[in-house]
Design a protein around this ligand. Structure first.
Ligand code: NAD
Ligand code: TYD
Length: 356
């Protein structure tokens, strides 16, 4: 087992998104990472420079940003060479299932072709290359019935264009390990929640709509089950795998926290109703609106992370109760971030910076 990764120049793709930005913040504060991070992000609608506010100033010698599209192979090659990239932690993806249903094309390019380009760039630098860690999702396994858990050997059965594209990228990464001996690890994680999540996903959307007393859309009967993990626990799991995971292996990451969507929505309503300053008016549960179900909506996800727990000693640290309280507080306390995201204000900053 490799006990530490001696990484000098780590490329983090998608570092301005939800999990990527949390991961960069997490890693920069760790004593066991002394290398440099090169954050490669295209800044799509989901990539927000505000998510990493202060990082460049706090770590001028150890953090730098490259605005680039992972679908552009020459550009990836050039960034690998210029920065001497010796490891990749690959988050960049189109990540929202509903968008993948309406417009699957960008999911195919970014999630599949983009991953292929990064693998090819890493292969070209194989001699000095330490690790390609690929971030993936439990959604590749498809949907569970009332019983059972996804393990690392559950057959892939993706049901949405998003999960199908992620599944394809997982296969490519594994194949580069097997065929070219590229040092790879893959992690398949359950649903994350926490600070900096774009408010199109269930939890931030419901928090912000409930705060503003807007409708709370719940798909179908609201009884679909997801296994929730606080984002910082995901970051810790990723770093554990990067440091000590066996090369060529896949690790499932989960929160041991299965919840029906309706339960989460009700919990958020009740927490806001009880909060000082937000308590007046009718109960927020009255805002819940059952809407048309998502096509191909997976019924239940649940993760068995025994392998990660027994081999590498990782377990989630945050309970759902404490994690959701922290998350709600974060969205209430960061109204400037919320305002800018909701009004798309950082787009004008991007236009100014990059002349678009
Ligand atoms: P996100 O949508 O918040 O962020 C994605 C980031 O990738 C953005 O910063 C975006 O600008 C960037 N990006 C998109 N296309 C790009 C391209 N072509 N080139 C360069 N950058 C590009 O996503 P997230 O929720 O942070 O998810 C990150 C990764 O984790 C994804 O691979 C996703 O599949 C996986 N994952 C997410 C969850 C979850 O609950 N959010 C759970 C398990 C796995
Ligand atoms: P989401 O946050 O989009 O994550 P994923 O689809 O990757 O699991 O959705 C989580 C669950 O919440 C999923 O079962 C769909 C449901 N959902 C709603 O009921 N209403 C909404 O407005 C959204 C965005 C999701």
């Amino acid at each position: 087992m490799v006990k530490r990764v001696d990484v000098q120049n780590l490329m983090v793709t998608g570092g301005c998104g939800f999990i990527g930005s949390n991961f960069i913040r997490y890693l920069m504060e760790r004593a066991d990472f002394t290398g440099r991070i090169v954050n490669v992000d295209k800044l799509t609608y989901a990539g927000n420079p505000d998510n990493l506010k202060g990082i460049e100033d706090d770590y001028p010698d150890r953090y730098l940003f490259e605005r680039a599209d992972i679908c552009d192979f020459e550009c990836m090659e050039e960034i690998f060479s210029r920065h001497g990239i010796d490891a990749v932690c690959h988050f960049a993806a189109e990540s929202h299932v509903d968008r993948s249903i309406k417009d699957p094309g960008s999911f195919i390019y970014t999630n599949i072709v983009g991953t292929f380009n990064l693998l090819e760039a890493a292969r070209a630098h194989c001699e000095s290359f330490v690790l390609f860690h690929h971030i993936s999702t439990d959604e590749v396994y498809g949907s569970l019935g009332a019983e059972g858990l996804f393990t690392e050997t559950t057959p892939y059965r993706p049901n949405s264009p998003y999960s199908a594209a992620k599944a394809s990228s997982d296969h490519l990464v594994r194949a580069y390990g097997a065929t070219y001996g590229l040092p790879i690890t893959v992690s398949n994680c359950s649903n994350n929640y926490g600070p900096y999540q774009f408010p199109e996903k269930l939890i931030p959307l419901i928090i912000l709509n409930a705060k503003e007393r807007e409708k709370l859309p719940v798909y179908g009967d609201g009884r679909n089950v997801r296994d929730w993990l606080y984002v910082k626990d995901h970051c810790a799991a990723i770093w554990t795998i990067m440091k000590s995971g066996r090369r060529g292996e896949t690790y499932n990451i989960g929160g041991n926290m299965e919840m029906e969507n309706i339960t989460i929505v009700e919990m958020i309503c009740d927490t806001l109703d009880a909060r000082k300053g937000l308590e007046t008016g009718t109960p927020r549960r009255e805002l819940i609106t059952f809407v048309k179900d998502r096509p191909g909506h997976d019924r239940r996800y649940a993760i068995d992370f025994t392998k990660l727990q027994t081999e590498l000693g990782w377990t989630p640290g945050e309970s759902f109760e404490s994690g959701i309280r922290k998350t709600i507080s974060w969205y209430l306390e960061n109204s400037e971030w919320v305002r800018r995201v909701r009004n798309n204000e950082y787009r004008s900053w991007i236009s100014e910076q990059y002349g678009e």
